[in-house]
Ligand binder design. Structure first.
Ligand code: AGP
Length: 613
């Protein structure tokens, strides 16, 4: 969490920085700030969003061709003007922005206090800035060297950018555990950011800094990279594939709605080049070298957080059902701390939209250290998780800006389905005819998703009825149980309504006690093996006067006669049901949140990329 951006070159830095902060605001939005070097080192920062910072700096001196800026998601110290970044050093001659956590900041702070350092904020970041200045002054070294020495003393995660009044022609950046991309412009200029979105409109040439690397970016276009152990590295420039249009709202009122509507395209992009329905071929090139290892695996462990964990549950059903491989799905945050049993022949599938989730990364490192093979399913190209895994497949959903994950979820399920189909077919646990049938059904999913999107008005009307509800229950069974969890998560994170997802049959083991005429119950009752059982569950809710909103397969008459509201989705094979059944739930949450006046793209307390544990 937190977004950092910086510029050094001949252009005015401020417009680049502020635009960059808007692009990164999804990473945190409780305070923001900017530092500009123009003889003086001016820092402007305030509590609130990037727009508040823009209003705050209106009458300020915004000159300077070198600057850094930050949008914060608070970890140490509440959101406030003082805790906002950039932070000054003791003398005020050095400023620093930071994404991550310095775990041993308290002991460093105590040491510095003994040397008469005075701190204004409660942050770990300010301590690091003071430490750098203390080293620079006491050891008489350059800014870059002081940064290097300081980073050898800190424990934790960081992506930092540092400016000094005494070094007006350089910008120092470093990273460990938090992402940092350097854009190399054609005009002797450098852009830095937490991800490539603030950079792409200026240059497509980027360097992804590795952990424990420091880069010295000079105004004359020179760049030096070394590790914190002082090993010189050769910069490796890669070309970005990102398109600028994908970062704009494109006429939609919110990114979330745009991303929901993009799903026919994003699912197709995840299939393209990997699935040939006519020949009945599925090939995920990224896992080719590990295909045999997966086929022979005695166990697959799927790890992820939040929505990615929900996609993992769908993956469990798919792999067990089609490829007959036992699967365990784990919250990465639990897995990493509970001393799990991991064998060398285990396959670990790590799922992450951002590719930066700290718990998922740590769980990967743990499994790797025990010899397991790690396969990644990620959306953000070049992010940390794909670089930490042995192999993997990108989801190709395109940038997801809304904090609530939508198109990334369906893209993750698409890739998991492809993987399960490929492995099942090669392993011989799936007949040629069933394989063919599923492959062509999968290829038809984008148009079926499109058909669900066309029901948006009906869903909006249902949202109007329930917008004031205090609680919601979501029920599903089999392949749609993870969809119930995902529907509940979507609603709570953007509308702040309490919602729970349950396997429908579990209801009578507790949650049924909650049901009365005030309780809306969303039931996913599409055709499948458990359809009749779900109908019985609906009867149980009905008998207790609960209000039923049912997602049903087109042409259903049984549930229609029982439910208060129905949303029809096209018929699909049960294995693919999550891909269509989740769409109405995304739209329902979206409309309820908008009607309640919530900020759907940037819900309170959340950040898109959770880079702290
Ligand atoms: C989804 O709507 C959430 N915002 C959140 O649960 C998210 O899925 C989770 O933080 C995992 O993120 P990742 O996929 O980037 O690893």
């Amino acid at each position: 969490m937190c977004g950092i951006v910086g510029y050094i070159g001949d252009r005015k830095a401020y417009p680049i920085l502020i635009k960059g902060l808007h692009r990164l605001e999804y990473r945190g939005y409780d305070s923001a700030g900017v530092a500009l070097l123009n003889g003086n080192l001016n820092v402007y920062k305030c509590k609130g969003k990037v727009a508040d910072l823009e209003a705050f700096v209106k009458d300020k001196n915004l000159d300077g061709n070198i600057g850094i800026a930050h949008t914060r998601w608070a970890t140490h110290g509440e959101p406030s003007d003082i805790n906002a970044h950039p932070h000054y050093s003791q003398s005020g001659d050095i400023v620093l922005i930071h994404n991550g956590i310095i775990e041993n900041y308290a002991s460093i702070k105590e040491e510095l206090k003994k040397r008469k350092h005075k701190f204004k904020s409660e942050t770990d970041t300010e301590v690091l800035c003071h430490l750098i200045e203390n080293i620079k002054d006491n050891e008489g070294v350059s800014l870059a060297e002081a940064v290097r020495i300081a980073l050898n003393q800190v424990v934790g995660a960081y992506a930092i950018a540092v400016l000094s009044k005494d070094s007006p022609d350089e910008l120092i950046v470093a990273k460990k555990g938090s992402p940092l991309v350097i854009g190399v412009g054609s005009e002797k200029e450098f852009f830095i950011a937490s991800d490539a979105t603030p950079i792409v409109e200026y240059t497509k040439n980027v360097i992804y800094l590795e952990d424990e690397e420091i880069a010295e970016l000079k105004r004359d276009g020179n760049i030096k990279i070394k590790t914190i152990k002082n090993k010189v590295k050769t910069p490796y420039i890669e070309e970005l594939e990102m398109q600028l249009e994908t970062l704009e709202k494109g006429g939609f009122p919110h990114f979330m709605l745009k991303e929901i509507y993009e799903q026919p395209r994003s699912i197709m992009d995840s299939l393209r080049g990997r699935l040939n329905p006519v020949k009945g071929v599925v090939k995920l090139g990224g896992i080719a070298d590990y295909e045999q290892a997966i086929i022979k695996a005695k166990r697959i462990i799927i790890i992820g957080c939040g929505t990615s964990w929900h996609a993992g549950l769908v993956g469990e059903y798919l792999f067990e059902d089609l490829a007959r491989i036992p699967v365990e799905v784990e919250y990465a945050s639990e897995f990493r701390y509970r001393n799990p049993v991991i064998h060398e022949d285990d396959i670990v599938i790590a799922i992450s939209q951002s590719g930066e989730t700290a718990d998922t990364l740590a769980a990967i490192e743990l499994a790797k250290s025990k010899g397991a093979t790690i396969i990644g399913i990620c959306n953000v190209v070049g992010s940390s998780i794909p670089r930490a895994t042995h192999a993997g497949s990108y989801t190709h959903a395109g940038p997801e800006i809304g904090v609530a994950s939508t198109k990334a979820f369906t893209a993750q399920i698409t890739v998991l389905t492809l993987m399960a189909l490929q492995i099942a077919y090669e392993k011989g646990t799936l007949s040629r005819s069933k394989f063919h049938e599923l492959a062509s059904e999968l290829y038809a999913i984008p148009e079926k998703v499109q058909a669900v999107l066309e029901r948006n008005k009906e869903i909006e009307a249902i949202a109007k009825v329930f917008k004031k509800a205090h609680n919601f229950l979501y029920l599903g069974r089999g392949y749609t149980f993870p969809v119930a969890l995902e529907g509940a998560l979507k609603l709570k994170e953007i509308s702040y309504i309490h919602a729970e997802g349950y396997p429908a049959a579990e209801m009578k083991h507790g949650p049924i006690a909650l049901i009365d005429e005030e309780m809306p119950v969303v039931v996913i009752a599409t055709q499948g093996a458990s359809y009749e059982k779900v109908v019985s569950n609906i009867q149980e809710v009905k008998a207790r006067k609960g209000k039923i909103i049912a997602v049903v397969t087109e042409g259903d008459t049984v549930v229609k006669s029982l439910a208060d509201y129905v949303i029809e989705v096209p018929e699909v094979d049960e294995h693919l049901a999550p891909l269509v059944a989740v769409i109405p739930l995304q739209l329902l949450s979206y409309h309820i949140a908008v009607m309640r006046g919530c900020n759907v793209d940037q819900p309170r307390n959340l950040a898109k990329s959770v880079t702290v544990e």
